[in-house]
Design a protein around this ligand. Structure first.
Ligand code: CA
Length: 228
């Protein structure tokens, strides 16, 4: 049985979510503030953490950062209130896997949870080397840091996830639909065009000659593959 930890201070929401998730077959535990949530997440193993941003004692961004610093790689879905744009970006930079803006439909939450559990990128990452090099590029997966010729390169969260997926599955050809499913993770917008745009950005940032990509290759009629 999959175990979910809810860190949320709205008692009504905890009750609703716990009921619904249990009826979907999940085991659910909850914490009503950031400190006890962090404590629980550090001492028990969960398959997924649903983490509110605005929490008493310790906010969700700090909890997320602390968990990642402790090396706890459980997928984290953050809940943000409308207008917390900065928190969204910060949340993902701090190592959250996805976020949902309140108020949300229960079906949407369930879809995100299922996508994260299906994807479970961190389980794969645990089995990988923590660093990877190709050409002049060096990647530190743990720290989500990339350098090219020892210069730091800024990637968005999705660019990083896409690159990581391609590298973890290097040599194999992936269709745009598969990449959307594996990297973006749920069947909403974005379109397959999004994949092309992100690939173009990655090439621009990382390839020695973006017009003639050596590492992130197009396989015409199929999709993309990483060679390196
Ligand atoms: Ca809250």
């Amino acid at each position: 049985m999959m175990k979910i930890l809810l860190i949320e201070d709205e008692a009504g929401l905890i009750l609703t979510l716990t009921d619904r998730l249990q009826s979907e077959g999940f085991a659910v535990k909850s914490a009503a503030d950031g400190e006890s949530g962090l404590q629980l997440a550090s001492t028990e193993t969960f398959d997924l953490i649903v983490l509110d941003v605005m929490l008493p004692k310790k906010n969700g961004c700090d909890v997320c950062r602390d968990l990642r610093q402790k090396g706890i790689d459980t997928p984290i879905l953050m809940l943000t209130a409308k207008g917390e744009t900065i928190d969204k970006v910060l949340g993902l930079k701090l190592g959250a896997d996805d976020y949902l803006t309140k108020p949300f439909e229960m079906m949407e939450l369930l879809a995100r949870i299922e996508a994260l559990l299906r994807r479970a990128p961190h389980q794969t990452a645990n089995n990988l080397a923590e660093t990877f090099r190709f050409g002049d590029v060096a990647i530190d997966f743990r720290r989500a840091e990339i350098t090219k010729n020892s210069q730091s390169i800024e990637l968005s969260a999705m660019e990083f996830k896409l690159l990581q997926f391609l590298i973890e599955n290097r040599g194999a050809v992936h269709s745009r639909d598969k990449l959307l499913d594996e990297v973006w993770g749920y069947d909403a917008m974005p379109s397959t065009r999004t994949v092309d745009v992100h690939v173009a950005w990655l090439r621009q940032k990382l390839e020695p000659n973006p017009k003639h990509p050596q590492f992130i290759q197009t396989v015409h009629g199929f999709g993309y593959k990483f060679v390196g």
